[in-house]
Design a protein around this ligand. Structure first.
Ligand code: PEP
Length: 253
């Protein structure tokens, strides 16, 4: 049975004091959860968050990393740097990074390989735009992104990856006024799982965790996460409030 992983993505929100307050509030609310609880916080919050989450079941992640170990990359943070302070998870290829910071399928693949080599747990984002969906291209886009992200990885590496299917049009800040239904989300995740089965076999495809992301809230989490192929969620806006995020984590309680 695959574990559900509920990961918050704070994006560029919260100062260290806010992070500490949030973790203090969240800790008792999720302490009995059988689901994996992850907070992907800004770089400046990582150290404080790690300290405050130390004896809890809350795992801490970053929102990006560079694929090189060191060098003349002003403003970048390497996987080694994340690992050195005890970060466990890292989001790779979020649609905002693809759209605003020239993240490509190639850099996503390089980052993924680097993260795995360091023992970081990558959450790799894939997903189509609204026009791609409306033109019947969603399946092609999502499968191509997945294949290129995973290119060159061994079966045992693919099993360690978390994939987040995030239809860009369904992300709360994009304001298309549309959100994916639980059926849309489950169908797309099945496309991904089937493709992984074709390339890496059924054992890998049955084990790989594939989340859904896009306007997940306490009001729809249960419906989404109870679908056959959805293994939890990557949560943006609704992860900024500890009470709301706790309800999402505890959707099955
Ligand atoms: C996201 O951007 O990863 C996301 C899922 O955001 P939201 O939950 O706010 O739609």
């Amino acid at each position: 049975m695959r574990k559900k992983v509920i990961a918050g993505n704070w994006k560029m929100n919260k100062l260290p004091n806010d992070a500490i307050e949030f973790i203090t509030e969240l800790t008792p609310l999720v302490k009995n959860s059988e689901n994996e609880v992850v907070l992907c916080v800004p770089y400046t919050d990582l150290f404080y968050s790690l300290l405050h989450a130390q004896d809890t079941n809350i795992k801490i992640g970053a929102q990006n990393m560079h694929f090189e170990e060191r060098g003349a990359y002003t403003g970048e943070v390497s996987g080694e740097m994340l690992k050195s302070i005890g970060v466990e998870y890292v989001i790779i290829g979020h649609s905002e990074r693809r759209a605003y910071y020239n993240e490509t399928d190639e850099t996503v693949n390089k980052k993924l390989k680097k993260a795995l080599s360091l023992g970081l747990k990558p959450i790799v984002c894939v997903g189509e735009t609204l026009s791609q969906r409306e033109n019947g291209l969603a399946k092609d886009v999502v499968i191509t992104q997945t294949k290129l992200a995973l290119q060159g990885l061994k079966n045992e590496e693919v099993e360690k990856i978390i994939i987040a299917y995030e239809p860009i049009w369904s992300i709360s800040t994009i304001s298309t006024g549309k959100t994916a239904t639980k059926e849309d989300a489950n169908e797309a995740i099945k496309w991904i799982r089937k493709e992984i089965e074709k390339i890496y076999g059924s054992e890998v495809s049955e084990n790989v965790i594939i989340q859904y992301g896009g306007s997940v809230k306490s009001g729809n989490a249960k419906d989404l996460f109870e679908m056959s192929d959805i293994d939890g969620g990557l949560v943006g806006g609704a992860s900024l409030d500890a009470q709301e995020f706790a309800k999402i984590v505890n959707y099955n309680v």
